[in-house]
Write a protein that binds this ligand. Structure first.
Ligand SMILES: [Zn+2]
Length: 122
């Protein structure tokens, strides 16, 4: 029972690195798009820029969700450092977050019930 802090911390750091790498890749993709756009003065130009716009939206959407996730991970890591006893507790209702949920998403801030409520409010 209880949370394995060391294991959780390791998972969080691993995920953080993975997301950082994903972000780099996406940014590299995004700059590729720009270069293509500047140099594409041929007949495919219109098609290309339409595709580029979709790509760019997709990329910025992905970057946005990665950023949100990174913030949650930072938050969870800070909590592990300074506020261990609060880790694994829902930030809204203060009840323990479901263990299966924490196993999959160690940076969860809310229990399933609260998260569902929050998602509905949006
Ligand atoms: Zn809750």
């Amino acid at each position: 029972m209880g949370v394995d802090y060391e294991e959780t911390k390791r998972k969080l750091i691993e995920k953080k690195q993975e997301l950082g790498k994903m972000m780099e890749d996406l940014l590299a993709d995004a700059s590729d798009v720009d270069v293509n756009e500047l140099s594409s003065l041929d007949t495919n130009h219109l098609v290309d820029s339409a595709t580029n716009m979709i790509n760019r939206e997709e990329i910025s959407g992905k970057l946005e969700s990665i950023k949100v996730m990174l913030l949650d991970i930072e938050h969870a890591l800070a909590k592990l450092e300074k506020n261990k006893e609060k880790f694994g507790l829902c930030e809204l209702c203060n009840k323990p977050i479901e263990e299966q949920r924490l196993a999959v998403i160690p940076w969860s801030r809310y229990c399933i019930a609260c998260k569902t409520k929050l998602d509905k409010r949006r």
